[in-house]
Design a protein around this ligand. Structure first.
Ligand SMILES: [Ca+2]
Ligand SMILES: [Ca+2]
Length: 412
C-alpha cells in the first residue's frame, strides 16, 4: 500500500490530496462511473428489493473513489449511498456527491465508512436519505478516519437525523466540514457515540437542525473530544436546543474516562421554543475544559443558560453571555450571572475559573468575526496547555496576533 500512496498514510491533508490527484492522473479509468480494468473500487447496482442496500459497495483492499455522483434508490431496510465497509486497509474518497436512498422500514445513510484501518475523505458532499434514522456520514469502527472539507447533511430521518455519526473508532478527525442535523425527535450535527480514543472537530460549522430535541454536538460518551475553532449552533428544537451536549452514564464512562476540550469556538444554544443551552453536562463523569470560547445560551423561550449541569468544569477566558439569558452558569442550585461570580468558582462543579467575561462579545454582522468594538480582542489565553496543535483563525490568519483573541477570529 505504501508504495502506491507513499506517505499518504501520514495525517497531512495537502500531501494526501496531492498523491490522490497524481494517482487519478495515472489511472483516469478510476474517475467517474467507469470503474473498469484494474479497479480499486467496485460499483454495484441496487435492485431496490434487498433488506440491506447500497448504491456503491467498496469492500476490497485499497480503494480510491473520486468525482462520482451517487443517488440512492428505494429499499426496505438500511440504505447506504456509498458503503466503504469491508475491512479495508486504506480508503480514500475525494469530491463525491452522495445522497442516501429511501428506506421504507430502516435507516438511510449517505456515506458509510466502517472497519477501515485508515479512511480519508475530502470535499465530499454527503446527505442522508429518508428513513427512521438518517445520517450524512457514518464513521464506525475505524482505526483512523480523517474527513476534510465538504458537507455532511443529515437528510430526512423521521426519528433521528445526524450530520456525522462517529462511533467506536480509535481516532476520528473532522476538519473544515459544514455539518447539519435536520428533522426527527432528535436532530444533531455531530453525534459522537462510544468513541474509544480521540475525536477532533476542528474549524467546522455545525447546526443542530430542527428536531424536537436539537443539538449541535451530542456526545454519549467519548474518551477524548477536542472541539477547536468551530462555530456551533444548537438549532431550533421545538422542545430544547443545545450547542454542545455532553451526555454520559455508567458503566461506559467509568471505562472511558471522558474528557472534552473546547478551544476558541463560538457556541450558541439555538432558538428553541422551550429551553436553550450553550454547553450542557449531564453528569459528574464529564471533565470539561473551556478556553477562549464565546458561549451564548441562545434564545430559549422558557430557559436560556450559557452553561448548565453537573460535571468537572474548568473555564478560562471565555465570554459567556446572551441577549436573552437567565443565567451564564446554572449549576442546578444557583444562577451565576456576573463576571465576578463566574470567576469566583464557588458554583457546583467548578475546578478552576479565571479571565471569563460576562458581556456582549461584539461580533460583526456575520456573527463570526469581531467588530471594531468588541470584548474579545487580546482577552484570551495561550491554549497550548490544553490543545497543543498550531491552528489558524477562520481567515487562515496566524494565532496569536499580540495576545490570543476569544472566539474563531483573530483580529489583524
Ligand atoms: Ca490578538
Ligand atoms: Ca481574522
Amino acid at each position: 500500500m505504501s508504495d502506491v500512496f507513499g506517505e499518504a498514510v501520514a495525517p497531512v491533508s495537502s500531501l494526501a490530496l496531492a498523491l490522490c490527484e497524481e494517482l487519478l492522473q495515472h489511472a483516469p479509468q478510476r474517475r467517474g462511473e467507469g470503474l473498469e480494468g484494474d479497479v480499486l473500487a467496485e460499483q454495484v447496482e441496487v435492485s431496490g428489493v434487498d433488506d440491506y442496500c447500497r448504491s456503491v459497495d467498496i469492500q476490497t483492499g485499497l480503494s480510491l473513489f473520486a468525482d462520482n455522483t451517487v443517488t440512492g434508490g428505494v429499499c426496505t431496510g438500511l440504505y447506504n449511498g456509498v458503503s466503504v465497509a469491508g475491512s479495508l486497509t486504506e480508503a480514500y474518497l475525494l469530491r463525491n456527491t452522495i445522497t442516501g436512498g429511501t428506506a421504507s422500514a430502516g435507516n438511510a445513510y449517505g456515506l458509510d465508512i466502517q472497519n477501515n484501518t485508515f479512511a480519508w475523505a475530502r470535499d465530499n458532499v454527503c446527505t442522508g436519505g429518508i428513513g427512521g434514522e438518517s445520517r450524512g456520514i457514518t464513521v464506525s469502527n475505524n482505526s483512523s478516519a480523517w474527513i476534510y472539507g465538504g458537507q455532511a447533511l443529515a437528510g430526512g430521518g423521521t426519528v433521528r437525523s445526524y450530520g456525522v455519526y462517529p462511533q467506536n473508532s480509535a481516532f476520528v478527525r473532522l476538519e473544515g466540514v459544514f455539518i447539519a442535523g435536520n428533522t426527527g425527535v432528535n436532530s444533531r450535527g455531530v453525534n459522537v457515540s462510544s468513541n474509544v480514543g480521540e475525536t477532533h472537530i476542528i474549524g467546522c460549522t455545525i447546526d443542530g437542525g430542527a428536531g424536537f430535541y436539537s443539538h449541535g454536538i451530542y456526545v454519549y460518551p467519548n474518551e477524548e473530544l477536542y472541539v477547536v475553532n468551530s462555530v456551533i449552533n444548537g438549532g431550533s428544537g421545538s422542545d430544547s436546543s443545545t450547542g454542545v451536549y455532553l451526555s454520559s452514564g455508567a458503566p461506559l464512562d467509568a471505562i472511558l474516562d471522558p474528557s472534552t476540550t473546547l478551544v476558541n469556538n463560538i457556541i450558541n444554544g439555538g432558538t428553541s421554543a422551550d429551553t436553550s443551552i450553550g454547553i450542557h453536562l449531564s453528569n459528574s463523569y464529564n471533565v470539561v475544559l473551556a478556553v477562549n470560547n464565546i458561549i451564548n445560551g441562545g434564545t430559549g423561550a422558557s430557559n436560556s443558560w450559557g452553561i448548565s449541569g453537573a460535571g468537572d468544569l474548568t473555564t478560562h477566558n471565555n465570554v459567556i453571555w446572551g441577549a436573552d439569558h437567565d443565567c451564564e452558569i446554572w449549576d442546578g442550585a444557583t444562577c451565576v450571572s456576573t463576571t465576578t461570580s463566574v470567576n469566583a468558582c464557588g458554583w457546583i462543579g467548578c475546578s478552576a475559573s479565571s479571565g471569563n467575561i460576562v458581556a456582549d462579545p461584539g461580533l460583526d454582522t456575520d456573527n463570526k468575526h469581531l467588530a471594531t468594538t468588541n470584548a474579545c480582542e487580546d482577552m484570551g489565553t495561550d491554549p497550548s496547555p490544553y490543545f497543543a496543535e498550531d491552528f489558524t483563525d477562520i481567515d487562515d490568519e496566524k494565532r496569536p496576533n499580540g495576545n490570543w483573541d476569544i472566539g474563531v477570529d483573530e483580529v489583524y
